[in-house]
Design a protein around this ligand. Structure first.
Ligand SMILES: C=C(O[C@@H]1C=C(C(=O)O)C=C[C@H]1O)C(=O)O
Length: 433
């Protein structure tokens, strides 16, 4: 289904006011769980949204591109007063890794879905700003003003920490199945044609009680300051949330930032990661792919000469930062279409790897490893949705993957995916893992 109509024809009225508060997540106390959340603690970027003034769905990659183009175009919003220039958003959402589905649990998310919340609260400078959105029409300005007044009067001034205690999690995952698939991938690579393929798996998690997803967000952002902590809620109340280290693209006008993130080790083995031939090959495939994909879209493409270590709490990665100047008319829609999926989550050569995954991965990734984030007028940030889970009531389905190249061993790839699952498990269990 697609409802492109409201974006193309629709207009919204918006207003802004400052709040005497410091933490967008704290709004959960009075407004309930946000419908969207996004925070990059190190960048001091934090934003929460409540309600849905509008939602746009896309049923395919082509439709997703059209939606991204429409919501990053001028004239969609008429601001009462000054236009806030540093607002992250106001559109939030994501899309599937690929069109191949099968898991009913992903149906409410659609192929791609982006929402314009009724209220958006974000950090700017030392305080917060709130914006309210309403459909253009008679009385729209009054609706905006009354939404802003309500949020301004009620927003808590303090910081939101996790409130609930730890709980024991029951985990279900099949190691032999995953290791069997890794062995098959290595055989295919050795036979020639395929250089790299990223195999993912799910972990079924059951809590003793329903997960408090605001608590989960509070823990994720605290424990993963280098990552983007995110939440997107589907219409049926299921949430997709996580804390991912990988940027697909950050667009500020003509300026683009992206990165290759591939190659992993445990913190204890970080010292040998830069010299690991297997990890360098995994990494190089991603750098090469991104540079090639950017050629028609950007000029002055500048990549770090050597990958550096990106140390996270439970795992260390190789990272190459890439910057570029976008050509006229190129924005988030063209970038997502050209970059996703990179060989950091798909493989190389791309088409061959994606075919291999359809045939052998035995997993509906849904939004896992897809692009998620915010989109605004000429600005956007899309992350690759890693270290993430689909959460409903007391159940979560967590996703982790690892890049397979010649020389990969099934046992160490299993261990790598275990390491990558720790951040989400700690956040779900409250440290009780
Ligand atoms: C696939 C995942 O991570 C990706 C794979 C990596 C690797 O194989 O070394 C490293 C970072 C990510 O690009 C995941 O976290 O699920």
């Amino acid at each position: 289904m697609t409802t492109l109509g409201p974006v193309e024809g629709g207009r919204w009225v918006a207003g802004v006011r400052p709040l005497a508060a410091v933490d967008p997540l704290a709004g959960a106390e009075v407004l309930g769980e946000p419908s969207v959340y996004w925070e990059r603690p190190l960048a001091r970027e934090a934003v929460a949204g409540w309600g849905e003034a509008s939602a746009v769905e896309a049923g395919s990659a082509t439709q997703a591109q059209a939606v991204l183009k429409a919501i990053s175009a001028p004239d969609a919003v008429r601001w009462l007063g000054e236009v806030p220039s540093a607002l992250p958003g106001p559109w939030f959402g994501g899309m599937r890794f690929s069109a191949v589905g099968g898991d009913e649990g992903w149906v409410p998310f659609g192929f791609g879905r982006w929402t314009l919340p009724e209220v958006v609260v974000w950090r700017e400078g030392t305080g917060l700003l709130a914006a309210a959105f309403a459909h253009e029409g008679p009385g729209a300005e009054d609706v905006v003003r009354s939404r802003l007044a309500r949020v301004g009067a009620a927003f808590p001034a303090g910081y939101r920490h996790a409130l609930g205690g730890p709980q024991t999690l029951k985990l279900t995952a099949s190691r032999p199945d995953f290791e069997g698939r890794v062995v098959r991938a290595v055989e295919t690579i050795n036979a020639g044609g395929l250089q790299k393929v990223v195999m993912a798996r799910a972990v079924e998690v059951e809590g003793e009680r329903a997960f408090d997803r605001v608590d989960v967000l509070a823990r994720l952002r605290e424990q993963n300051p280098r990552c983007a902590t995110f939440l997107f809620r589907a219409p049926d109340g299921t949430a997709f949330l996580g804390a991912t280290p990988e940027t697909l693209c950050r667009v500020e006008g003509r300026r683009l930032e992206t990165e290759a993130l591939a190659g992993s080790a445990s913190p204890a083995q970080a010292g040998s990661l830069e010299a690991s031939d297997k990890d360098r090959r995994e990494h190089e495939a991603v750098v090469r792919y991104i540079l090639k994909a950017l050629k028609p879209l950007a000029e002055c493409v500048d990549a770090d000469a050597e990958p550096a270590l990106l140390p996270l709490k439970n795992v260390v990665h190789l990272r190459t930062g890439i910057r570029a100047e976008l050509r006229e008319g190129v924005g988030v829609a063209e970038l997502v279409a050209a970059l996703h999926p990179t060989p950091a989550v798909g493989g190389a050569p791309r088409e061959h790897a994606l075919e291999f995954l359809i045939e052998h991965e035995a997993l509906d990734r849904g939004w896992y490893a897809g692009p998620v984030g915010w989109v605004g007028l000429g600005r956007a940030h899309q992350m690759v949705a890693l270290r993430s889970a689909r959460v409903k009531d007391s159940r979560a389905r967590l996703f982790v993957g690892a890049g397979i190249v010649a020389g990969s061993s099934a046992e160490s790839e299993w261990r790598e995916t275990e390491m990558k699952s720790l951040a989400m498990l700690r956040a779900l269990g409250g440290g009780h893992v």
